[in-house]
Each structure stands twice: as structure tokens, then as C-alpha cells.
Design a protein around this ligand. Sequence first.
Ligand SMILES: [Zn+2]
Ligand SMILES: [Zn+2]
Length: 283
Amino acid sequence: MTIHYADFHIHTCCSDGDFTTSEIVERACQLGIDIISITDHNTVDGVSDAKNRAEQRGITVIPGIELSIDYPCEMHLLGYYIDIDNRTLLTYIKEKMEAEFIELLRLLHKIHKHFPGIDMDKFLKVRRVNAGSIADVLIAQGYASDRNDVQQRYLGKTGFLRVERNELKPAHGIELIRQAGGVAVLAHPGRMGLEDQELFEFLKELRKMGIGGLECYHASHNEQMEAQCCEMAKDLGLLISGGSDYHGLGRRAPREEPQQRDFALGILKPFLDEDCFLRCITD
Ligand SMILES: [Zn+2]
Ligand SMILES: [Zn+2]
């Protein structure tokens, strides 16, 4: 029996990970992981580089992406085997980046106006300006006590620094991946906060929209969650996937529960032939 060690959910510094694609490939090699997928948030920038490096090192890189989806709770959609040159996908990514940049400028302008004493240079020193780094600057400069405080006072639904996002609806996200030749997989369902039955009903809806798989193994899932997800995936004829959601080490906020922190690359059990996601897809 062939045993593959795989990790189908990895971030690099092309989105919010700490390591370059080359570093990720090297770490995967060191750990004996022979199949990886680079699934950066809303970008495919790291995929070609990872593929080139992986070829030299004799491991496989599956082109991937993780799309943010507009849904009442956190929803992410993974896309595997996508054509990274697909015009529609690239147009979407470009327009999203531009919209986010404009939104960021708007936000910084508001911060500058609302907190006249704030040292704006601090924003230039963070690697990636987002809700988390904005919160950290506000806390460091005494405008809030902690991230919860920032969330409640400024960034939350009624806060004046609320980030306006225009994400894809679930059906559009799935279609975007499929039209680029990919398989759409619902990411970390355990983090959506849905009851079992709600999740199952939601998956039925997603299947009608063309979703192909479920991320049953995720570093934030316990064994019970894994088993429930596998059962739902089998009932609905969805592929079973899994990954560590590796971003790097020790970067997340302390308020997050341990199981919500970053995880080691490739902590997953080996994917055996009978439930190997890769095998399901290539058969
Ligand atoms: Zn995610
Ligand atoms: Zn992720």
C-alpha cells in the first residue's frame, strides 16, 4: 500500500503566512511530506514558485487557493487543481486586491482623523496592515486595552472602523473555482460554529451549487469532529480532504484558544490509499 504524507492546506508569505514558498517546500521535504498544496488567501502568487522548487526536490505541489466567502459566520472555500492562469480567476483576484487597498486607505484616513495623536508611522512598520495589526497599533498607543476592546469599540459591526468587505457569495465562489478547472472544498467546517444538522443541511445546499469536497481533517478539529465530517462527506458523496492550515509559528493573538492557533506543517495522519484525497481526485 502506498502511503502519502500530505498537507493540503498551507499558507505562505504571499498571503499571511510567515514563510516563503521555498521555505515551505524545504520544510515539507525535511518532514517527509510528499504532497502539499499551497492555499493562500485570495491569491495564487506562490503556486508557480512552489511548483518549481518542489520539482527540484521531488515532491508534488497541488495548485490551490483559499477564497473568503460572504456568509454570516466565517466561511472559507478551498480550490484545488485550479488553472492558476485562468483569466476569470486572475481578474477576480486583481479586483479584490484593488478594492482592499482602497478600503485600507479609507481606514487609515479615518484613524488619522479620529485619533489625532496617533503615530501613523507605526502602520508602515507592520508587514501587513489588517484588522489584527490595526488593533495592535491602537492597543500599543493606549486607545484600547486589548483586541476584544478594539473589536467592541472600533472594528465590530457598529464600530466606525468596521472593515467593509465585498466577498463572494458561496455559489459564486464555487463557480469561480470550477470554471478555473478546480475542485471546491469547504474549509475547516468546525470553525463555522454550526450545529451538526445545520452543517449537514448547509453542505447539501453547497453540493447543489457544485462543491466537491469537505476539509474533514483540519488542525482545529478534534477526533469527534473529524469523524462527523467524514460521515457527512461520505453520505453526500464529497471528497475528504485535510490540512494543517499552517501559517507559521506563534503569531496569533493570545486571546485565541490553543486549538485555534497556528499548527505545525504536516501534523496530519498519513493519508492512506483508501481515503486519499489526491487519489480520489486523480482517479
Ligand atoms: Zn481558512
Ligand atoms: Zn487557511
